[in-house]
Design a binder for this molecule. Structure first.
Ligand code: FBP
Length: 551
């Protein structure tokens, strides 16, 4: 017989996440700053958000405040892909509300924003919340990728909130979900509803950050899990001495996860999509870069290596980006017809008559499974990147090129045995690191205070994340000040700008200074598994990305 909970599960259940000093006391107040405005598109955003535009930054401080002490009813919803720490956000909301008034109630909307629209929820009792403290995953209430944006959906939410007598809703999601939080907050204010909407920055992709939001929760744990696996593979590569490992990493458009893993593990090659785009690097040049390393290392007797590939790479290679745009335009007009064609070869044939000559050639040169994925779109009109096996595409192209060289009598030392891996789902639901456990709990605890203060249309922030929680400062940033206008589905739309890798930033520069050496030598670094107990430098250190950004 084994216990239903592992020893680590049991030990983690009693871990008490750390809070910043201001939130540890029973005396919490909100300090409001000056009115704010977005960096660009001020007029458009003011017109779109007349009731919530210009709100001040809110800082949570210790002091006599006017935060509500009556029993509150607050909902929580998880939105988008899972990220380690989600359950701790909910635990933070729960504990904060119960501490202020034990008669407060927390409701969990089920399966993401669709649950809010349909009014599907459960009451989250202490028994439920306690089972999920410091655990990974979003399985307490599940998640979904729906959006609350159509007028009838906004109104359905309002009605549900009114029926429930809801004082606030905490939306735990990424850039799109936090934008959604602002839209819902504005709508509710415009129709006289008093339900407050507060967003929490979540995503393993690490692309929801700006001057106010230092990081999204989940990035720390997920990139540490992937780094552990990459280190293990590097150890295997230097032991078995016969495989080149091509490892694709999740992260959607941004390469933050790949960059962090590269800094942690020193692979031979790490491709960074943002650089590929900025320097207009072609697929052929990427292949040449990899082949160069393969040949040089073979000449040094090393027929093994590690290549990291960011999930979004294909969208940043100009010729494939053009192809995807052309395909999107064709699908926009003729999706049903194209999918009604009896088989894949007929679809390719038909599309070759519709695409520009260059795109038709690029499309024709891709493996069939990638051709097929490029014809799919998710509910937001995006190519489902997690299904594009770019690592296999690169393996095929590098193999072809090596064969070509060898046919000419070159690169004779090379024995190229590639293996492909995709690390994504392995890290999204891992048990949160101490950093994510503390950070997510603080985000939830702070979200509850903003609701107690009657604020709406805010995203929670926590500052000084590279320091100990004793120096953290939490508060709320008005979402309208983070918005800009971008074209989405052909329409100008207010959105929080996605933070891509900054090529002038310290993390990328640190990587760029060392990568030539890594391409040839074995300089692998082995981060090992996430540690939950032990010396602080081993178990509490934030990501290298965050440390370098704050140096
Ligand atoms: P979010 O932006 O919702 O946090 O998604 C994170 C993520 O893990 C991406 O890295 C990945 O592309 C995507 O979710 C995969 O999710 P799905 O399986 O729903 O396509």
């Amino acid at each position: 017989m084994t216990d239903s909970k592992s020893p680590l599960q049991q030990a983690r259940a009693s871990y008490q996440p750390k809070l910043p000093p201001a939130l540890r006391t029973g005396n919490i107040a909100v300090q409001l700053g000056e009115p704010t405005e977005p960096a660009t598109d001020k007029e458009e955003i003011r017109n779109l958000f007349p009731h919530t535009y210009g709100q001040p930054i809110a800082t949570l401080v210790e002091g006599k405040g006017e935060l509500a002490t009556r029993p509150l009813k607050v909902g929580v919803v998880l939105s988008g892909g899972p990220a380690p720490g989600g359950h701790n956000v909910i635990a933070g909301v729960f504990d904060a509300l119960k501490a202020a008034n034990p008669d407060s109630t927390v409701y969990g909307f089920l399966k993401g924003p669709a649950g809010v629209i349909k009014g599907k929820y459960i009451e989250l009792t202490a028994d439920i919340v306690d089972q999920y403290r410091n655990t990974g995953g979003f399985n307490m209430i599940m998640t979904g990728r729906d959006k609350i944006e159509k007028p009838e959906e906004l109104e359905a939410c309002r009605k549900n909130f009114e029926q429930m007598g809801l004082d606030g809703l905490v939306i735990i999601g990424g850039d799109d979900s936090n934008t959604n939080a602002a839209v819902l907050a504005e709508y509710l204010r415009s129709v006289g509803s008093t339900t407050c909407i507060i967003g929490v920055p979540k995503t393993i992709d690490g692309d929801m950050k700006n001057e106010l939001i230092e990081a999204s929760f989940g990035f720390d744990t997920a990139s540490k899990v992937y780094s552990e696996l990459i280190g293990n593979i590097a150890r295997d590569a230097t032991s078995a001495v016969k495989y080149w490992h091509f490892i694709r990493l999740m992260g959607r458009a941004a390469s933050h996860v790949t960059l962090e893993c590269a800094l942690q593990t020193h692979p031979n090659i790490a491709l960074i999509s943002e650089e590929v785009q900025a320097r207009d690097i072609t697929l052929e040049q990427i292949v040449e870069q990899i082949v160069h390393s393969v040949v040089k290392r073979a000449q040094a007797g090393k027929n093994y290596g590690i290549v990291l590939v960011p999930e979004g790479l294909v969208e940043f290679i100009a010729e494939i980006k053009t192809l995807i745009d052309e395909l999107s335009a064709i699908l926009g007009q003729e999706e049903a017809y194209i999918h009604s064609l009896p088989d894949h070869s007929e679809r390719v044939q038909y599309l070759s008559t519709k695409l520009s000559d260059h795109s038709a050639r690029v499309y024709g040169s891709l493996p069939q499974d990638i051709q097929a994925v490029l014809l799919r779109r998710d509910s937001h009109g995006n190519v489902p990147l997690s299904q594009v096996e770019t690592e296999r595409l690169l393996i095929d192209l590098v193999s072809d090129r090596i064969r070509e060289l060898q046919a000419k009598g070159e690169a004779q030392e090379v024995k190229f045995s590639p293996l492909s891996h995709f690390f994504g789902y392995e890290g999204r639901c891992a048990a949160p690191s101490n950093f994510d456990a503390d950070y997510a709990y603080t985000l939830g605890y702070a979200a509850a205070q903003l609701i107690r203060a009657g604020l709406t249309g805010y995203t929670v922030y926590v500052r000084n994340l590279t320091r100990s929680a004793d120096e953290w400062v939490a508060g709320g940033a008005p979402v309208t000040m983070m918005l800009n206008i971008e074209m989405r589905k052909g329409k100008p739309t207010p959105v929080i700008r996605k933070a891509l890798v900054d090529l002038n930033g310290k993390p990328f520069q640190t990587f760029a200074q060392q990568r030539e050496k890594w391409a040839i030598e074995d300089d692998y670094r082995f981060p090992g598994p996430i540690q939950y107990f032990g010396p602080s430098e081993v178990c509490d250190a934030p990501t290298l990305t965050l440390q370098l950004e704050h140096e």
